[in-house]
Design a binder for this molecule. Structure first.
Ligand SMILES: [Zn+2]
Length: 49
């Protein structure tokens, strides 16, 4: 039996599938698989204004 991912990591360099029950980091409507993905995304946004 396979589970469908509920979302993918909002970090464009990661995009790892996120499954129900996984620990996730939320930022607004975005979900991230790891705190590192959140900070990487923040840096990315800062770099691109
Ligand atoms: Zn990620």
């Amino acid at each position: 039996m396979s589970k469908d991912p509920i979302n993918i990591c909002a970090n464009a360099n990661c995009e790892k599938p996120i499954y129900l029950g996984d620990s996730v980091w939320k930022r607004g409507k975005d979900l991230f698989c790891h705190i590192k993905c959140v900070s990487a995304q923040l840096k990315e946004e800062r770099a691109h204004g």
